[in-house]
Write a protein that binds this ligand. Sequence first.
Ligand SMILES: NC(=O)C1=CN([C@@H]2O[C@H](COP(=O)(O)OP(=O)(O)OC[C@H]3O[C@@H](n4cnc5c(N)ncnc54)[C@H](OP(=O)(O)O)[C@@H]3O)[C@@H](O)[C@H]2O)C=CC1
Ligand SMILES: CC(=O)[C@@H](O)[C@H](O)COP(=O)(O)O
Ligand SMILES: [Mn+2]
Length: 390
Amino acid sequence: MVVAQKHIAILGSTGSIGTQTLEVISLHPQQFKVAVLTAQSNAVLLIQQALEFLPFHVVIGDESQYSHVKQALAHLPIEVHAGAKSLEYVVCLDEVDVVLTALVGYAGLLPTVRAIEAKKPIALANKETLVVAGALIMPLAAKMGVPILPVDSEHSAIFQCLMGESHNPIEKVILTASGGPFRSWKREQLAKVTREQALKHPNWTMGAKITIDSASLMNKGLEVIEAAWLFQVKASQIDVVVHPQSIVHSLVQFQDGSIKAQLGLPDMKLPIQFALAYPNRLEVDFPRFNFAAYPNLTFEEPDMATFRNLGLAFEALDKGGNMPCILNAANEIAVAAFLADKIGFLEMSDLISETMERGTFLENPTLEDYVQSDQLSRELATQWVVNNSK
Ligand SMILES: NC(=O)C1=CN([C@@H]2O[C@H](COP(=O)(O)OP(=O)(O)OC[C@H]3O[C@@H](n4cnc5c(N)ncnc54)[C@H](OP(=O)(O)O)[C@@H]3O)[C@@H](O)[C@H]2O)C=CC1
Ligand SMILES: CC(=O)[C@@H](O)[C@H](O)COP(=O)(O)O
Ligand SMILES: [Mn+2]
């Protein structure tokens, strides 16, 4: 069967997911072509990627680096753009078939909205988009007939478990969590942890923000909200189980009690490739899982009393409206402050919880409301950091 080559726009091509996406594309030149590459400030890598993959367009977020990128690519038929607004422009271009959102944080929201409005299928790594505005994104995607294909490993696992089951209601989705580098640690120990310790994820090599989120269990909290929107399940239908080996990527329980799981070595190239090639599975020689090498796959309850962020995310999901948007903005400020050594590890939860209490609640936010709510929550959270800095 001849399948048309898909033209991919990679938002955030210089990051962990972005660079792994380029590795996947390199393995399948017949199936995929890079149409757009974007970075925020890493102009050196963006230029290197553009020289190798020859996209139609590149975007550098930091406008002060525009002329440098432009000059470096002047001899090639590549259009160079700069600034956040350009992301909203390039995702809509005719040259683009699929948009892979591999940029980090709230910055993913507006480009994703514009891409959906332009009827571009989304391969979604940027979970913050659904956390902030799932109530807006999912109906918009349905209205435009646009698929949202999960890249996040747990959600890809659930998506794969649900294939062929569209007529069978979900009883529960069960998200696995590695537990991060501080699994089974107590509050006294967590009070003293350093940035370097928190950045050492036991199983995955990822960008700094998601690695801190994994350590604080906020990543799992964000994933609970992401799952609620992607699979249309209530908070009470989502369980989290700690599975330190990160081999079982997640599970679905159906109404007869049967549980399906998806397994594999912890390697994001698989869910990235699955989302890009969907509905096909492409032949590839990624290392295979060997049961004998993993005689013990273990499971335990998350410690939600110590790792408060997971509970805060469930609370935000239950409350609805703009509360997950407030949670997300506060968390982004908290992680940046922790990475800058301005606040301690445990204080991240204090900051998020107080910002959720102080933020203005909106039951049915519009897109403009989300934008404003994000901004106001950042201001509240930043003030908290100023008042509570080490
Ligand atoms: N890494 C992983 O394994 C997984 C990641 N995810 C999700 O995927 C997303 C990306 O994660 P990851 O690749 O680890 O992150 P990285 O920090 O490694 O990469 C982020 C990318 O986004 C760009 N970027 C940063 N800030 C902005 C901004 N304000 N506007 C536009 N672009 C920006 C960066 O550019 P520059 O390099 O120039 O700074 C970089 O290309 C996150 O939402 C994360 O939660 C989900 C599952 C697994
Ligand atoms: C690879 C991936 O999908 C990450 O989101 C991963 O799940 C992080 O691991 P934690 O389970 O520690 O949050
Ligand atoms: Mn994940």
